[in-house]
Design a protein around this ligand. Structure first.
Ligand SMILES: C[S@@+](CC[C@H](N)C(=O)[O-])C[C@H]1O[C@@H](n2cnc3c(N)ncnc32)[C@H](O)[C@@H]1O
Length: 374
């Protein structure tokens, strides 16, 4: 089942409407034509403001499919933004918290209701984690289980499915389960994007007496194929090292450089010149610095056995979930994904098999709502 919807904006003086979006109600535009600029300016300022109001972003679902009553129509107004965000986000009546097995819960969700799935599954054979009676998988059984999780995630998600994971090293041997999973996903016909690397300082001693300490994990990324419906691949970028403008230089066979090169990598039309962007693409190695020891974004994260840092989650949410969109974490743990979604004007849905973790998620979200999160 898909969820059809169309939110419209109507003039409340000329017809029926469902929700009044005029001032002084919660949906009113706080910016005034005249004092705050012309019509286009106050619409733009409202949009920039709205996406930073977590309490309103979380309530956008109330507008979905409704007639929003304003006094501007047929002229443009902030109602167009509200309607577009409500529709673009494909808002559905999902709850924010689900306690249950990932597959059992996902199977109750409609098709394509989430904009981004981001999370980190229990690593195979995670020995120190209380399993509260749910199965712990090893080796190929873990891979097979994760293939099913990815398949179901792709049914539920219309954007990127990104899962952070690591294999197990024991007796000087790495299990390679993230790589085995990627191979099996490809064999199953699932589209992968090249996995970004989650990099952090690493735990001293994690290399053992003869190997290198571990400084990275894979972020396995799957899609339903084709270009992503929404992405902002410079959201976490920085100004380019070389100033904008000018042509790239190409190195010739004799080692000298030519100053009027054109890209011929198939991404630009032949002959079209490359213009450096204002903000450079940040690349696929996500440096999160110190991973633990109070660098996770909230002390509450430490109440889960294997939390990831808010910085990593922020990278994916800002790059791959539209403002107002729904971000789903099927292995929520301490609720890092929910907290970061809320801070960045996205909605969240959190699943965890342990009731203790769902209670922890709720505390983590309250921390953000009360403004106590760092
Ligand atoms: C690596 S932790 C996630 C930590 C989280 N990213 C954070 O920042 O706190 C994995 C979580 O998956 C949960 N989990 C394990 N098996 C599950 C299952 N079958 N369905 C749903 N959740 C499960 C565990 O309870 C655990 O909290």
């Amino acid at each position: 089942m898909d969820w059809p919807m169309k939110t419209t904006v109507v003039n409340k003086h000329h017809g029926a409407y469902d929700v009044d979006i005029c001032r002084p109600g919660p949906w009113g535009n706080p910016f005034h034509i005249g004092a705050d600029g012309d019509r286009a300016a106050v619409i733009a300022r409202h949009k920039a403001w709205l996406v930073k109001q977590p309490h309103l972003m979380a309530r956008l679902c109330e507008l979905r499919g409704k007639r929003l009553g304003c006094v501007c129509k047929p002229r443009a107004c902030h109602g167009d933004t509200l309607a577009a965000l409500a529709d673009a986000a494909q808002l559905v009546a999902l709850k924010q918290y689900y306690c249950g097995d990932v597959l059992d819960v996902l199977r109750t969700f409609p098709n394509k209701c989430a904009d981004l799935i981001f999370g980190s599954p229990p690593y195979e054979d995670a020995r120190n984690v209380p399993n509260d009676g749910f199965p712990v998988y090893r080796g190929q059984a873990w891979v097979d289980w994760m293939v099913e999780v990815c398949r179901e995630s792709l049914r539920v998600c219309r954007g990127l499915v990104a899962l952070v994971m690591e294999g197990r090293t024991r007796h000087y041997s790495w299990s390679g389960t993230p790589v085995l999973l990627m191979a099996d996903l490809i064999r199953a016909g699932i589209t992968l994007r090249k996995p970004p690397i989650y990099e952090r300082d690493g735990v001293s001693g994690s290399g053992g007496p003869d190997w290198l300490k571990n400084r990275y994990e894979f972020v396995v990324c799957a899609t339903n194929g084709g270009q992503l419906r929404w992405s902002n691949n410079v959201a976490m970028g920085h100004p380019p090292i070389r100033g904008p403008g000018g042509n790239p230089t190409n190195r010739k066979q004799n080692g000298s450089r030519t100053g009027h090169g054109c890209r011929s990598n198939g991404l630009l039309a032949p002959g079209k010149r490359y213009t450096p962007p204002k903000i450079a693409n940040p690349g696929n190695i996500i440096d999160c610095g110190a991973g633990g020891g109070g660098h996770l974004g909230s002390q509450l994260a430490h109440e889960n056995e294997a939390p990831f840092p808010e910085k990593l989650v922020e990278f994916f949410i800002r790059s791959f979930a539209p403002p107002g969109g729904l971000v789903l974490d099927p292995f929520a743990g301490s609720g890092t994904v929910g907290a970061v979604a809320l801070k960045n004007g996205r909605r969240f849905c959190l699943i965890d098999v342990r009731a203790s973790q769902i209670r922890l998620c709720k505390r983590r979200i309250m921390e953000v709502v009360c403004g106590q999160s760092r």
